[in-house]
Design a protein around this ligand. Structure first.
Ligand SMILES: Cc1ncc(COP(=O)(O)O)c(C=O)c1O
Length: 420
């Protein structure tokens, strides 16, 4: 590890959980330079819904690269971009009756969030954006200002402004305490707080600990935003592209956000790619008012089209994801029952699951034991108390069963060490 320790900044994180050098990857597996293979229930932090080096997508990418294509496209018109827009409309927007315009804000999730926040402010002329406790929207300053995690916020080195955080999904008879607070804030008569430009929400908080919002709460949030003329932004960077079952995680709640952020698994192949979707009337920027060098990355258009054509032309993939999710949930429930003293609860949706440990210190220990046994998982939640499962959606049932057995063994091993 010498060269890494000597040359890489101390800010590096994942390599501390998994101190080995990975060399190859295929499907739901990664292999290190010692030849040890790991089942991957981390999936590049949710960028690999279709697995590593998905053969169909790889073929398309290699064919594309073989032809001297335009690789780096800024926001020029290219044939690859045209293909992406046509297929995205055909397979994603039109079947859901969604009429969004598409912006290419840059390569990463935070680029999509920054564009959403700026656009909401430009459109409404207002500053404040409401976010929720334990939200995660990215590490750039605007996105960080609506991110809840205090350790991450401290990394900014300066106070972060223009954001207000409300409690996430504590639904009570349709009027939650946070909604009441929110309504007070909107009441110009003395709360001292500005009317917000937008609310930004994750339907399932991934980094926040797999907190699942109820459909009722999301609908209530949308109603409140509509009543008050506030824009609703859904950050689907981690939970979109089928992670919760449907292509968009908000479909189940039947809401239509004003702005949607997508990235991570959108390219289908782990290539950097993000889009910001906006209702037509929100398309208010002048040409060049929000730009950047790495936007139209043409290889990502090619693999994204491949993912749409291979997985999203019907509803089979969604059904398979939900069935696999039930398999994961059932196995995790068994583990939770067997270790009720150590596990608080199991929560999740689709193929995003969390095993919530009673003692936060045990969650990284479970991940450490799993790593030793050949399974990659990370922790999430405000205190890192949640063992988080994000397997590729293409993981087979038997691979899932193998990983779930490793989790059971890992929890058992941690408990034995504690009682020893
Ligand atoms: C919900 C959500 N939004 C935004 C981001 C930021 O994406 P990126 O790390 O690609 O900037 C993440 C990353 O984990 C995320 O989970």
């Amino acid at each position: 590890m010498d060269v890494f320790d000597r040359m890489e900044s101390e800010v590096r994180g994942y390599c501390r959980s998994w101190p080995t050098v990975f060399t190859t990857a295929q499907g739901s597996h990664m292999t290190d330079e010692n030849g040890k293979t790991y089942l991957d229930f981390f999936a590049g932090a949710g960028t690999l819904n279709y697995g590593h080096n998905n053969p169909g997508l790889k073929r398309r990418l290699l064919d594309f690269l073989a032809g001297d294509p335009v690789v780096h496209g800024l926001d020029m018109y290219t044939s690859a971009k045209r293909e992406f827009l046509e297929r995205f409309n055909e397979y994603v927007l039109a079947p859901r009756d969604l009429d969004y315009k598409v912006q290419f804000p840059g390569p990463a999730g935070n680029n999509s969030v920054e564009a959403a926040l700026k656009l909401a402010r430009k459109y409404t002329g207002r500053e404040t954006v409401v976010s929720f406790t334990n939200a995660f929207h990215g590490m750039t300053l605007g996105a960080l200002a609506v991110t809840g995690n205090s350790m991450k916020r401290t990394g900014a080195g300066v106070p972060l402004g223009h954001g207000v955080a409300m409690p996430y999904d504590n639904y009570l008879d349709g009027r939650t305490p946070d909604f009441l607070l929110f309504e007070t804030m909107l009441d110009d008569s003395g709360s001292g707080l500005d009317k917000p430009a937008a609310v930004i929400v994750e339907t399932v908080q991934g980094e926040g600990g797999i907190n699942v919002a109820t459909a009722e709460w999301l609908r209530g949030l949308q109603d409140l935003c509509h009543r008050q003329d506030i824009l609703l932004i859904v950050d689907d960077v981690q939970m979109g592209c089928g992670r919760t079952g449907p292509f968009f995680s908000f479909e189940e709640a039947g809401i239509t956000p004003d702005i949607v952020c997508l990235s991570k698994s959108l390219s289908g192949y782990g290539l950097p790619f993000a889009i910001t979707l906006m209702k037509r009337e929100l398309d208010v920027w002048e040409p060049g008012e929000h730009n950047g060098t790495f936007r139209g990355f043409n290889p990502a258009f090619i693999t994204a089209v491949g993912a749409l054509e291979d997985y999203w032309t019907g509803d089979d993939f969604e059904k398979q994801t939900l069935a696999k999710g039930q398999q994961v949930q059932a196995a995790l429930n068994e583990i939770a029952i067997a270790h009720a003293g150590a596990i608080d609860c199991v929560r999740g949706r689709g193929m995003a699951w969390g095993l919530v440990m009673k003692d936060p210190e045990t969650a990284p220990q479970v991940c450490g034991e799993a790593f030793a046994r050949g399974l990659l998982m990370e922790t999430s939640g405000p205190e890192g108390e949640v063992v988080k499962l994000l397997p590729p959606l293409t993981t087979t049932e038997s691979e899932l069963a193998t990983g779930l057995e490793i989790i059971a063994d890992s929890v058992e091993a941690v408990r034995q060490k504690i009682t020893a």
